[in-house]
Design a protein around this ligand. Structure first.
Ligand SMILES: [Mn+2]
Length: 307
């Protein structure tokens, strides 16, 4: 009966939504752990908002693109110190948990900033925002060591929230995703109709958007030998065709830590100043021995900036 009572109490707490976002942000920045009820309120409120987001966020104006942060709270904090949400929409390209030192703090900080921001903070989904990945690369362990017997419930709950994160953002003629384009993806409308709450994810297009890598050794698509599974490489021809069909000019993605913190791939013309390639890869986590880097788009010009 004791266990049943506990389960009922946990289920009831799925309804708590009253939250002090400043307190969550302050605690996260100090590395303090949120109480179970604070955390439930944060996750419940996040789910309520995220479940209503389109899978493809459409934006105009200035934007900052932030690559993988993987528990690097310092980088996430620095982004907000350097770039104001009054001027920019800040688009995080996924992979908030696993690997780094402050995974819980980073995820909670970003969710709170998202809730506070009225659309000026966008959190896209990465391949690590899925239980099949974050049970193996650190996040589940962090929950286990932080929340004692409540950890399995929280592990599911976080992943329920992650499964509501959108897959793509469009800023003028640029598209932003975590990994890249997918083999069966022709039209942007297919992104808009991707299922929400797809935890694994089981949808093939969603899966490849999160996992695929660009390669200049491939023209169209090929097996991604470095990642395996059903992941693919995509080449310049495939990307050009996709961009052209959707009246786009470039792709901004993360997912790979290039030595400089960024890489330009696939030479080609765009109307964006500073952009003579059609793909920009960006990475923002300092734990890979690379300089954490973001991409700043002022509406006409793209610039790569180190944090
Ligand atoms: Mn990734």
């Amino acid at each position: 009966m004791k266990l049943l009572g506990k389960i009922i109490s946990l289920i009831r707490r799925r309804k708590i939504t009253e939250i002090d976002l400043e307190k969550v942000i302050g605690k996260s920045l100090k590395g303090n752990i949120l109480s179970f009820d604070e955390l439930m309120a944060l996750l419940n409120s996040s789910e309520e908002r995220l479940s209503k987001e389109s899978q493809l966020i459409k934006l105009d104006g200035k934007a900052v693109f932030v690559g993988d942060t993987h528990g690097d709270l310092d980088s996430s904090r620095q982004v907000f110190e350097k770039f104001s949400t009054e001027e920019y929409t800040i688009i995080f390209l996924g992979d908030y948990v696993d690997r780094g030192k402050q995974q819980l703090e980073n995820a909670n900080f970003l969710l709170a900033k998202y809730l506070k921001s009225n659309g000026k903070v966008v959190l896209l989904r990465g391949n690590h925002e899925s239980p099949v990945v974050n049970m193996n690369y650190g996040f589940m362990d962090v929950l286990y060591h932080t929340y004692s017997s409540e950890w399995p419930f929280l592990f599911i709950r976080y992943n329920e929230i992650f499964a509501n994160l959108p897959y793509a953002a469009k800023v003028k003629k640029l598209l932003a995703v975590h990994g890249g384009i997918a083999e069966e993806l022709g039209d942007l409308k297919q992104i808009e109709s991707l299922p929400k709450k797809d935890m694994i994810p089981s949808n093939r297009i969603a899966f490849q958007i999160l996992w695929n890598d660009p390669s200049d050794k491939v023209e169209e698509f090929a097996d991604n030998i470095s990642r395996g599974g059903d992941t693919r490489y995509y080449g310049k021809k495939a990307l050009e065709r996709f961009l052209h069909r959707n009246k786009l000019e470039g792709l901004v993605r993360a997912h790979e830590a290039y030595p400089d913190g960024f890489a330009w791939l696939f030479k080609g013309k765009t109307s964006t100043e500073g952009m003579d390639h059609i793909l920009l890869s960006i990475f923002t986590c300092r734990y890979y021995g690379i300089p954490p880097t973001v991409a700043v788009f002022n509406g006409n010009r793209m610039e790569v900036v180190r944090l």
